[in-house]
Design a protein around this ligand. Structure first.
Ligand SMILES: Cc1cc2nc3c(=O)[nH]c(=O)nc-3n(C[C@H](O)[C@H](O)[C@H](O)COP(=O)(O)OP(=O)(O)OC[C@H]3O[C@@H](n4cnc5c(N)ncnc54)[C@H](O)[C@@H]3O)c2cc1C
Length: 390
């Protein structure tokens, strides 16, 4: 049976979230001071409003909301909160840390971590990517070896979202290099574990208010109770978090596309050249039309993932399709928004560049769009291009 809320319930939720965002999230430091710092106060406000714990069960301090509700929440925040980096951080925390612990964790792990992850007092980070293992993620060389009652982790993780500010990480390492994907295992590693060091925030093109960093594990000893899922079960954990993440994280870009469209319509109606509103020129109007078409094709793709997951169904194919389409649509619409604003679009003070730069990351994170194409082809039954290699 599906747990998808009715359209009325989703509309009511949207109204509630919009009212919250308009009251508390419209003036992040990135807007008021041009700061790229993580907005801790915005995180706290989202936690207090139940946004961060929303998809976690009530028994762990969450809101017990399904994915459809979370997608509507993220869409609404994407259209009303100008700090997409904050929303990105919330998504990374939820899908790559909290949901894997909920799905694969023991009762003890859930008791220990989920309440803090739900109320936002803990921030989660996700360490999978390595300098030499990006798209080919299961070729990672970070290792974990058993030593008595402990595991000892060694390796280097790059591009860890929330890395500089995380309290707890889900880290992937190989426990059996001979077995490739089946030898990868997930671990929960606390920030203060001896042997774990955290690098400086990386300077990124976009999503700059979401700090990303590196983590290094050097003889980092963690108790056996910190293994997440089974030994060799890391791929299942990783794929699960990517399936959820691709659905929800893209929702914020749908919201942002909606805001860009509304701003662009207002601009082309009021800006006059040659004695008329520029929206009356067909090439300008066509850009607005294309933005609308992209928005209206993106939204249902993301919503469909919510419906499938709320019905307890697999959404691997649909998540890959949504990831690919929505991220490309967001970039194309960001370019159109800049173009219809002319030189105003090119001025940093108008922040049109910020959303464009934020959207560029969406073509790379959660698996690049090339890799989404590879996955879609494979799920359609085409022969895999990933067998063998040079
Ligand atoms: C904003 C942001 C946040 C991120 N957050 C995290 C995080 O929290 N945790 C984490 O672990 N990682 C994170 N990442 C890293 C991200 O998962 C990787 O960047 C991504 O998987 C690609 O790996 P790569 O950058 O090494 O590129 P590469 O794998 O080196 O790819 C380079 C290019 O080659 C293409 N390519 C590679 N292999 C193939 C193939 N088989 N077929 C077709 N094309 C191919 C790619 O599509 C890409 O265009 C983040 C990245 C970004 C941009």
């Amino acid at each position: 049976m599906s747990n998808t809320p009715s359209n009325e319930a989703l509309r009511a939720l949207e109204g509630e979230i919009r009212a919250f965002a308009e009251a508390h999230l419209v003036e992040p430091p990135s807007v008021t001071r041009g700061s790229d710092e993580f907005w801790h106060d915005g995180w706290k406000r989202c936690a207090e409003a139940g946004v961060i714990g929303g998809p976690l069960p009530e028994e762990w301090g969450g809101g017990g909301r399904g994915l459809s509700s979370t997608i509507v929440t993220m869409e609404t925040l994407g259209s009303s909160c100008p700090d997409l980096g904050l929303l990105f951080s919330i998504n990374a925390h939820l899908w790559a840390v909290a949901i894997p612990i909920l799905t694969f964790g023991t009762e003890e792990q859930k008791r220990r971590w989920l309440p803090g992850l739900a109320d936002g007092s803990l921030i989660g980070g996700h360490g999978a990517t390595e300098p030499d293992a990006g798209s080919d993620i299961f070729s990672m060389t970070s290792t974990a070896r058993r030593d008595g009652e402990d595991w000892v982790l060694d390796g280097h993780k790059s591009f860890v979202a929330n890395g500089p500010i995380s309290d707890v990480f889900v880290v992937y390492a190989t426990t059996d290099p001979e077995r490739g994907e089946l030898g990868v295992t997930a671990f929960i590693v606390e920030r203060d574990r001896p042997g774990l060091s955290i690098g400086e925030p990386l300077e990124k093109v976009g999503l700059r208010t979401s700090p990303s960093g590196t983590i290094t594990l050097n003889d980092c000893r963690i108790p056996a109770g910190n293994i997440l899922g089974s030994e060799g079960g890391g791929a299942a954990c990783f794929n699960c978090s990517m399936e959820w993440e691709r659905g929800s994280i893209l929702a914020m870009h749908v919201g942002s596309m909606e805001r860009q469209l509304n701003d662009a319509i207002a601009h082309v109606r009021s800006r006059r050249q040659f004695g008329r509103a520029i929206g009356s020129f067909q090439s300008v109007a066509n850009r607005i039309v294309d933005m609308k078409v992209r928005l209206d094709t993106a939204r249902p793709l993301v919503r469909r993932i919510g419906e499938l997951k709320d019905a307890g169904r697999n959404a691997m194919l649909e998540s890959a399709i949504a990831k690919l389409h929505v991220s490309e649509a967001a970039v194309a619409s960001g370019l159109d928004a800049m173009q219809v604003h002319g030189s105003r679009g090119y001025l940093s003070e108008n922040r049109i560049d910020v959303e464009l730069r934020d959207s560029l990351g969406a073509r790379i994170y959660s698996g690049t769009n090339d890799m989404q194409r590879v996955m879609i082809a494979r799920l359609l039954g085409l022969p895999s291009s990933l067998v063998g290699g040079d």
